[in-house]
Design a protein around this ligand. Structure first.
Ligand code: 5GP
Ligand code: MN
Length: 355
């Protein structure tokens, strides 16, 4: 019987075998220890913050000490989350460090030197990125999960700890944001079953939506205006950028740049989109890629040292705006051409071969 079945939640489906094994091994590791540091990736998003705080609440409900550590700022839209005021930028001593949504210590939001000085005895990695890596001592990577918040939810249910309203707020936020408000292909019946359980446990979807989607700083909207006015389209590919001077002009922060790429992929007929943000210092750009359907932008990001998901990925590239744009647009253009050739090939195959 699966962990989730043992503590049945409304509408839950059995967990895959490897998840059951990971969850029970992870619960054993937690039960044997007292203090935990929980962290996630740089420039944290809703899943990074929601799953970290959700896990902190679970650990505390299990009688453990937990400190969530982020060195990067928490975007204002997530300041409502219960426990956010306790997030620390310092790395305390602990029995184990739990990384959520990271493919390495470098991508995490903790200071590498502080991490090494603390010499943690155990490192745990929970991720759902296809580009995830087994960099920790214990690794649980499930690319089918809609959010790391969904994996933490499975852990909560398997632990037998009742879902509190603070856990529910954090995990609902993680799942809501990482499924693009229940729109991405990762959304399934079990995503809604989780959401239902979290709402029944005390979360208020309207309050959460208001905090996240209806509280944008004016600077974020002005920055989006600049990005949209810099938009260029060629066939099924579109791209846009903001320079440091443009970010400065509207008084925007780095967090204000989150989500711009989602607007680009929302344009009818576009299959691949990239948003470039100029970084301070030497000539460098941060890239946010999005795609639709089978076009795999994680593969492109990984090629340039980044990573992510099939339809959403990111990386950093060096060069002038012109150089970086030409390079990445060429990659997206080639991926689109390949896609069209694959479709053509599939449509000319005898139907018996396709079966
Ligand atoms: P975004 O474009 O929203 O910054 O990122 C899209 C997705 O790609 C997120 O899941 C994010 O975690 C992942 N991602 C973005 N940049 C990087 C990167 O440099 N390395 C890795 N491994 N993942 C990234
Ligand atoms: Mn995520």
């Amino acid at each position: 019987m699966s962990a989730r079945n043992r503590h049945a939640s409304p509408g839950s489906k059995p967990l895959p075998m490897n998840n059951q094994a990971s969850i029970s091994a992870l619960l054993d590791l937690i039960l044997e220890r007292n203090s935990f540091v929980v962290t996630s990736h740089v420039r944290p998003d809703g899943d990074a913050i929601g799953s970290s705080l959700g896990l902190m609440h679970l650990l505390e409900a299990m009688g453990k000490q937990a400190t969530v550590v982020f060195t990067d700022p928490i975007p204002p839209n997530f300041h409502f989350l219960p426990g956010v005021e306790r997030i620390s930028s310092k790395f305390p001593a602990s029995d184990a460090v739990i990384f959520l949504e990271c493919d390495s210590v470098e991508r995490s939001s903790i200071d590498r030197l502080e991490f090494e000085a603390a010499q943690p005895l155990l490192t745990i990695n929970i991720d759902h990125h296809r580009s995830g890596r087994n960099f920790a001592q214990f690794n649980w990577i499930d690319p089918e999960a809609a959010a790391v918040g969904a994996l933490v939810y499975d852990l909560v249910v398997a632990s037998g700890v009742p879902v509190s309203s603070v856990m529910a707020d954090c995990l609902y936020t993680a799942i809501l944001t990482d499924t693009g408000s229940f729109n991405y292909p990762s959304t399934s019946a079990s995503t809604f079953a989780m959401a239902e359980h979290l709402v029944r446990s005390g979360t208020d979807p309207n309050l959460i939506a208001r905090a996240i989607y209806f509280c944008n700083p004016l600077s974020k909207v002005r920055l989006l205006g600049i990005a949209i006015s810099n938009l260029q389209i060629e066939g099924a590919v579109c791209w846009s950028h903001v320079t440091l001077a443009e970010i400065d002009r509207v008084g925007a922060s780095v967090e204000d740049c989150e989500g711009v790429a989602n607007h680009l992929i929302g344009i009818a007929g576009i299959e691949g989109a990239v948003f470039l943000r100029e970084l301070p210092g030497r000539s460098q750009f941060r890239l946010s890629m999005r795609s639709r359907g089978t076009l795999n932008v994680s593969r492109i990001a990984e090629h340039f040292g980044g990573g992510g998901h099939h339809n959403a990925s990111g990386c950093t590239m060096e060069g002038s705006l012109k150089e970086v744009t030409e390079c990445i647009v060429a990659e997206l253009r080639a991926a689109c051409i390949q896609l069209q050739e694959d479709r053509l090939h599939a449509s000319t195959q005898p139907s018996t071969l396709l079966a």
